[in-house]
Design a protein around this ligand. Structure first.
Ligand code: IVH
Length: 669
């Protein structure tokens, strides 16, 4: 081995250990020791070394978290030790019975300690570590055979790829729960809604759906986390208590819950359970109960198992956030992408402190699968602060007067055909100019996460569309005070504010512009990834499907969708008009100045300043001023009586902006 290679090998080892130490500090212990910048520098150095010496890449390297190709299917794996479930209890009396049984089986007078944990509503997972390195992650499956989801498990940043030596665990199997924090689920659902995709009903489905993605890049983009609660196997001495198991796991860098407590009696356990009933909403993830475990491992062994559950542990389940109410009607809404969504109209009902009147039904198959009929009494659930769901009809309450729901085959808004593609669950209105779609697209364009145009919400958009003032997003930028003056309820002052807000949106960055276009499957994160890797709308418009799918975080479906969007001449025309209106079509190259690296050209007279003042503004903001339209020109600023440069700029498809847009770019307005 050459000297350089030896040094690289040693440094790679060092960097991997350092980064994994900082990952534990940041993701597991929530107490980072270095800044994000310093961390990024370590990762960068590691990446550079690994690209120079690809054969020295360590399997536990943090750069390998997202790696490998999408799988065709998950391999099946047999668990080392069966993954059992837990018996459930719903009342203090049942827990007292459990306690009595434990004492009876262990014999009179024996002291029993209970460890009490939160029962997180996620997906059970088993991790295998060999020589300290994570080699396998598997779902529970039927308890005996699960699915090998290693490549997805590795993407969860709080899961150590190598165990820390402090815990003394090297060859072991641990179990825990993969879950999606409430915030993450809310964001993901918002994004799915924006991308025209079906929403996850609860955090459990979201976690399960994410860990069972064949493409690890998708799993990597999901906000997943994990807690570990069982040491199911270790080579060498097994700790004598469950408490010690948890401590050894914690010392090994595995994330264990800070809310675990130990009690010497069932009375104390019951008090603890009662105190958690009100605390459960404030911890950032859903729990569906509390798990009570006998602490001593030898007592656990003596108690043993029934045919399916351990006799040494039990779950106490909190009442679910469910209520029954009447399904009054099923309405059909038309979304931005034309998707027809059935929505349940409910008799108002209080669930977990919130009045619920509507619930999504996702699509026609879902209604049929659940056999929901209009007029049914139904069970409604609200989980993880997400949109309410209809769980099932209460069949006993059926009177025979209920009506079956039939999904319309015509759009309920414009009457065009509503078509269901073969491999799709949703039916879509085929008419791109359907007023409902136009409305939804515009509302999305103006929304907070998109162009953030304050004051332009669904009501105003409806007025603008109904009065024929706006058909497409680019029309917004052509509105004048006189256009707005006849709209009902809009005073002169608010019309000024609206126009100002619209103009202020010219300042939004490329990621927002891409998101605002409302391309199917392109949520906020995807839009940001596209902006980051393509750098300009122009390059994105011309990107091939192959280039797109090579982008980090972009799968085949997104790639196709982006291609399809730009293959449509109407969409291209919209982008062109937005470009002309002065929207940002380039990602910022650096933070040095707002115009860093941009080449400007002026033609015609400016109203607010002289040419030289304008030119010095450009240079002080980091940009350059050109004298003729060339390939390098980024913006052509047009004043009164422009010269031939304008025609040339148009011909060369340059970004042409007016004085106002220019002032906004340099932050003068
Ligand atoms: S112990 C034999 N502890 O709940 C012991 N399970 O309803 C089995 N769960 O399959 C598991 N939090 O996926 C245990 N602190 C916790 C848990 C927990 C959530 C899940 C786990 C299990 C299911 C049983």
């Amino acid at each position: 081995m050459t000297d350089g290679r030896m040094q690289a090998k040693a440094r790679i080892r060092e960097l991997v250990d350092q980064i994994s130490h900082h990952d534990t500090k940041y993701f597991v212990e929530d107490s980072p020791e270095i800044s994000d910048y310093e961390y990024d520098m370590l990762v960068k150095e590691l990446r550079d070394l690994e690209s120079r010496y690809p054969d020295l890449v360590l399997p536990e390297s943090p750069t390998q978290r997202v790696s490998g190709k999408p799988l065709e299917e998950f391999p099946q794996v047999e668990h080392k030790v069966s993954m059992l479930s837990l018996g459930n209890s719903y009342s203090p009396d049942e827990l007292k019975e459990f306690d009595a049984r434990v004492h009876k089986l262990l014999g009179p007078g024996e002291r029993v300690e209970y460890v009490v944990e939160l029962k997180i509503d996620g997906l059970g997972i088993a991790l295998l570590y060999e020589d300290g390195v994570l080699t396998r992650g598997a779902t529970r499956g039927d308890g005996r055979v699960g699915e090998d989801v290693t490549s997805n498990v590795r993407t969860i940043r709080s899961i150590p790829l190598r165990l820390k030596p402090e815990g003394g665990l090297r060859n072991c199997e641990v179990r825990g729960e993969v879950y999606m924090p409430t915030d993450g689920l809310r964001r993901l659902n918002k994004e799915r809604e924006a991308a025209g995709e079906p929403l996850f009903a609860n955090p459990r489905n979201a976690a399960a759906g994410s860990i069972r993605q064949l493409d690890p890049r998708i799993a990597a983009s999901r906000p997943l986390d994990a807690y570990f609660y069982t040491l199911s196997y270790t080579e060498g001495r097994m700790p004598s208590t469950h408490e010690e198991c948890l401590e050894r796991m914690r010392l090994s860098g595995l994330r264990t819950s800070p809310h675990t407590r130990k009690f010497g009696s069932m009375e104390k356990v019951l008090e603890h359970i009662a105190s958690w009933e009100s605390k459960r909403d404030g911890i950032g993830y859903e729990i569906d109960g509390i798990v009570i475990k006998v602490n001593s491992i030898s007592q656990q062994e003596r108690l043993g198992y029934t045919s399916k559950d351990p006799r040494w542990a039990i779950a106490f389940k909190y009442p679910p956030k469910q209520m029954t109410t009447r399904l009054v009607d099923i309405q059909v809404q038309v979304g931005r992408t034309g998707a027809l969504t059935p929505v349940a109209l409910l008799d108002p009902v209080q669930i977990g402190g919130v009045t619920v009147t509507h619930a999504t039904l996702h699509n026609e198959d879902e209604v049929a699968r659940k056999d929901l009929r209009i007029g049914d009494m139904v069970l409604v659930e609200r989980a993880g602060e997400v949109i309410p769901q209809v769980v099932k009809p209460i069949l006993d309450k059926r009177t025979g007067s209920e009506r079956k729901f039939k999904m319309p085959v015509k759009c309920p808004v414009c009457g065009s055909d509503a078509v269901r593609e073969e491999d799709e669950a949703v039916r879509r209105c085929v008419n791109a100019s359907c007023p409902a779609q136009v409305m939804e697209r515009l509302t999305h364009f103006c929304s907070r996460d998109a162009m953030d145009i304050e004051g332009v919400g669904p009501a105003l958009v409806a007025q603008l569309v109904d009065n024929g003032l706006v058909k497409r997003a680019s029309d917004l930028y052509r509105l004048s005070p006189s256009d707005l003056k006849d709209l009902e309820g809009i005073a002169e002052k608010s019309s000024r504010n609206i126009l100002d807000a619209i103009h202020a949106s010219l300042d939004r960055d490329l990621a927002r512009v891409i998101f605002a276009l409302g391309i199917r499957h392109v949520g906020w994160t995807t839009a940001a990834a596209l902006a980051g890797s393509f750098g300009s709308m122009e390059r994105l418009e011309d990107a091939s499907e192959e280039e797109l799918s090579k982008t980090e975080g972009i799968g085949k479906v997104v790639g196709e969708s982006v291609r399809d969007f730009f293959a449509n001449s109407e969409n291209r025309r919209l982008v062109e008009e937005l470009r002309r209106a002065g929207l940002r079509m380039e990602a910022p190259k650096s933070r040095a100045g707002p115009l860093e690296g941009k080449v400007f050209l002026f033609t015609g007279e400016l109203k607010s300043m002289g040419r030289s003042e304008a030119e010095s503004l450009v240079s002080s903001s980091g940009g350059k001023v050109g004298s003729s339209v060339t390939k390098a020109t980024d913006y052509v600023v047009v004043g009164e009586n422009p010269g031939s440069k304008l025609a040339k700029a148009r011909q060369m498809d340059k970004k042409v902006i007016d004085e106002d847009a220019f002032l906004r770019l340099v932050g003068k307005k």
